[in-house]
Design a protein. Structure first.
Lengths: 249, 300, 295
């Protein structure tokens, strides 16, 4: 079943045509990986899905992005959109405040100040991010004291706190060591039962290990989009094959 | 929907509007400073019909002379000269010392630089200008008197006091400029077998030239605009300085003293506002010069 | 001369110059404090100033300095932080941003005597405030707003790095993000800026001569009427500060022991500056630890 759909999506930074006529249909409760060499537009595309590109000056977008059938660029409340579509960034970026407040931040800004409810949300979010056992005794301590891998799981928990349906992840393990990376990958496989995950990754092994679908980007275009095992075992396009076999990029 | 709208206003537009107003206020204040000083400063020429050229280039300042004594006359050339001499003198003394300190902080002993020199510079900046002036009066003036005779109050005293006051400005900006030099330049020079001093004098200082120049102009601007410390030691006589040890006045010193002694909107008072306008225009000039230096530095 | 010898001589010269400057500072501050130390007693610090006879104190001037400092910070800080927020978070490249930047640069380069005269013209004469606490505080605001804005802008930009997007991605508005995430972590750096500004304000005289005035009323602490002329907290009474007092003692010297009073006042000013400076340093260090996550 489709949840997010890009239709003839184009994006320009000033005169630079960064995304060219993208058509992509994201399946619900699956992990979709976006791969490609750096500068190919995969992160830019990811950021069109929750309108984070709104923050950048001189960006022009044409075409549609349909979320549950509604165009998010046509009179769609961006705050509602970002509640539904959460995001995790390349570098762990916890807020400089206690662990508890990091998770409670989202519900609070949306008007929930009920202590008991917040407690429950914090616990559930941390449990979903497989971090609860490690931090339950230090919820009032600064989040900056956690290790890099813990911080990134905290950021995932923070994104889950507002009960999103989709999680956008922009190279979430690129700043982490192999063991932390493995933990996050296991977590993602667990999370896809409840959430739809779209992950940008520079690691083809990672895409192959965890994703169900893979889209290969090159110079702002989607070259190939298919089930992950087809892309990796039997790519249709020559350029995809070149990329995954390491001949360029 | 209604409630959501109100929450949105509270959560975004109120704060955003406030911050825009603050930004706008800065522009409004600046424009009104220019407008009010200019309108008051131009009335000597517009209302009292005093010729601008006579104001700028004459050395005759006789604001209280009657028409029978050929007055009143409002030539401010003495004060312009005094301001220029005292600030140029201060920069001449301060610049070499500042460059030496900047080099010391970055190359000779960065540790002593950050632990001792930098805090020392911050303290020099922090000392109020009246305190500089007061120490000038009680320590420097008697010293100059005993060394050179005369009364001690002099152009030289003004130069010395100012040179200490602007030292931190020139030092910190020169130091930033030197720190910004790519380490590759320095390594390349060492790699060719140059000594530290050769590297500093032939590679580092030339490469940091435009930054150092910016510091010098900022120091000059600060010296030019300083009022009280100079006024307290320069003697405030209405004449061109006969020598370094002679007394004279500056634009700021005469403004400081005479503003209280004149009645608002009289011709004499208007002449003082014209001097304030002149100071304002000169500080614009410094901004322009700094921008030009900055742009030339970028091109290279 | 051998290049090596030259190198050694140059190094030695640089050492000499640097030590001479540090020595100069130590002597300068030592001189002021030692000269003023005989005046540093309770009666001098809190006694009222005499006109004519000997033994005047600096009580009113010292109070005026602190009160003016507080009033002007109350005006400057919200405006400076607001403008800093605008510049760092909302402003878009374009003519308006350039205009603000040029305005800040212009304001920052104005000689303080010119700011004082602007205050005289607009606040004292046109707005009919007279020589008053409020006119002085407003002039000081004009003087310090550029620095306050710059400090806030830098602090907010630094604090926003990385976390701004995270907050927006949770559906927060920009203002919510600024208020709840960015400002709290920018506060220590802004506070350091405030304290340094406080040091400058405390020592400022040129901008105050013709705004706050060169005389002070007797202080009456029984009334806290902000509009009254007799109350110590009145905003519309002439209020000579300590720095202005030194200047006036030097130029007019109406009291017999003017030199002694000026020495004492200079010592108090310098000690206050030292305290502000140390405080800013201490805060700066704490800030460093909180950012690096140690402790």
């Amino acid at each position: 079943m489709s949840i997010l759909k890009a239709e003839n999506l184009n994006l320009y930074y000033g005169n630079n045509h960064a995304l060219k006529n993208i058509n992509l249909d994201i399946r619900k409760n699956a992990i979709t990986a976006l791969i490609g060499p750096s500068g190919c537009g995969k992160s830019t595309f990811l950021r069109t899905l929750n309108r984070m590109n709104d923050l950048i000056e001189n960006v022009r977008i044409t075409g549609k992005v349909l979320y549950e059938g509604k165009d998010i660029y046509d009179n769609y409340d961006v705050i509602e959109l970002r509640k539904k579509i959460g995001m995790v960034f390349q570098r762990p970026n916890p807020f400089p405040m206690p662990i508890y407040d990091n998770i409670a931040y989202g519900p609070r800004i949306h008007g929930n100040n009920n202590k008991a409810e917040l407690d429950e949300i914090v616990e559930n979010s941390l449990k979903s991010a497989a971090l609860w056992d490690e931090v339950k005794d230090r919820l009032k301590k600064s989040a900056l004291g956690l290790s890099g891998g813990q911080q990134q799981r905290l950021c995932i928990a923070r994104a889950l706190s507002v009960e999103p349906e989709v999680l956008l992840m922009d190279e979430p393990t690129s700043a982490l060591d192999p063991i932390s990376t493995m933990k996050i990958e296991e977590l993602l496989l667990e999370l896809k039962k409840k959430y739809t995950i779209i992950i940008v990754t520079h690691s083809m092994q990672q895409a192959a290990r965890i994703s169900d679908y893979t889209a290969f980007f090159l110079s702002g275009e989607v070259i190939e989009y298919d089930e992950t095992n087809k892309i990796f075992s039997n790519p249709r396009d020559r350029r995809t094959e070149d990329y995954i076999t390491g001949r360029f990029g | 929907m209604e409630r959501k709208q109100i929450a949105r206003i509270k959560n975004e537009y109120l704060g955003k509007t406030y911050s825009i107003i603050c930004g706008l206020l800065i522009v409004i204040i600046t424009l009104s400073i220019i407008f009010f000083i200019a309108s008051q400063g131009l009335s000597l020429f517009i209302k009292n019909h005093y010729p601008i050229s006579k104001f700028l280039f004459s050395t005759i300042w006789k604001p209280d002379a009657g028409p029978e004594a050929g007055g009143p006359q409002y030539g401010v050339m003495i004060f312009i000269t005094g301001s220029v001499l005292v600030s140029l003198g201060a920069v001449l003394i301060s610049t070499p010392v500042a460059i030496a300190l900047a080099i010391f902080m970055n190359f000779i002993s960065p540790k002593l630089g950050t632990r001792v020199l930098q805090p020392a510079m911050e303290l020099f900046v922090g000392i109020p200008s009246v305190v500089y002036g007061w120490v000038g009066v009680t320590l420097l003036i008697p010293l100059l008197k005993s060394m050179f005779g005369g009364i001690g109050f002099s152009l030289l005293a003004g130069i010395i006091v100012l040179s200490i006051m602007i030292l931190p400005t020139i030092t910190s900006i020169s130091s930033d400029a030197i720190r910004a030099i790519p380490i590759e330049y320095v390594e390349a020079s060492y790699g060719l077998g140059a000594t530290r001093w050769q590297t500093i004098s032939r590679v580092v200082v030339p490469a940091a030239k435009s930054g150092i120049l910016t510091g010098v102009v900022l120091g000059l601007a600060r010296a030019f605009g300083e009022a009280l410390a100079v006024q307290m030691v320069i003697g405030n006589s209405i004449n061109l300085p006969k020598s370094l040890l002679g007394t004279t006045s500056t634009l700021t010193s005469i403004l400081t003293m005479d503003m209280a002694n004149t009645v608002f909107k009289t011709e004499w008072n208007n002449a003082l506002w014209s001097m304030a306008l002149l100071l304002l225009l000169i500080s614009f000039l410094f901004i322009v010069v700094i921008r030009i230096i900055g742009r030339r530095g970028e091109v290279k | 001369m051998n290049v090596r010898t030259k190198d050694k001589i140059a190094t030695a010269v640089l050492y000499v110059i640097s030590s001479a400057i540090v020595l100069l500072l130590v002597m300068f501050i030592g001189y002021i404090i030692i000269k003023g130390s005989e005046s540093l007693n309770f009666r001098f610090l809190f006694g009222s100033s005499g006109v004519g006879g000997e033994g005047g104190g600096i009580g009113p001037q010292l109070f005026n300095s602190f009160y003016l400092l507080i009033i002007s910070l109350l005006i400057t800080v919200p405006l400076g932080v607001g403008a800093g927020i605008y510049l760092s978070q909302y402003a878009k490249e374009g003519w308006f941003l350039n205009l603000i930047r040029l305005s800040i640069e212009t304001m920052a380069s104005l000689p303080s005597i010119v700011v004082g005269l602007f205050g005289l013209l607009v606040f004292v004469i046109m707005l009919k405030m007279g020589y008053s606490m409020l006119a002085g505080a407003l002039a000081i605001t004009v003087l310090n707003l550029p620095a306050m804005t710059r400090v806030s802008e830098t602090a907010i930009t630094t604090a926003a790095k990385g976390v701004k997007e995270a907050s927006l991605a949770l559906g927060a508005t920009e203002w919510q993000t600024i208020k709840k995430v960015i400002l709290p972590s920018a506060i220590p750096q802004i506070l350091t800026g405030i304290i340094l500004a406080a040091g400058r304000i405390f020592g400022e005289a040129a901008a105050l001569l013709y705004t706050a005035g060169m005389s002070t009323t007797k202080l009456n602490f029984k009334s806290i009427n902000l509009l009254g002329k007799s109350s110590a907290f009145g905003l519309f009474r002439p209020s000579e500060t300590l720095a202005v007092h030194i200047w006036k003692l030097n130029s007019e010297g109406m009291v017999a022991d003017a030199v002694k009073i000026a020495n004492g006042s200079a010592a108090v000013l310098v000690i206050m500056v030292l305290i502000f400076n140390l405080l800013a340093r201490y805060l700066g260090r704490k800030l460093y630890y909180s950012y690096t996550g140690k402790k």
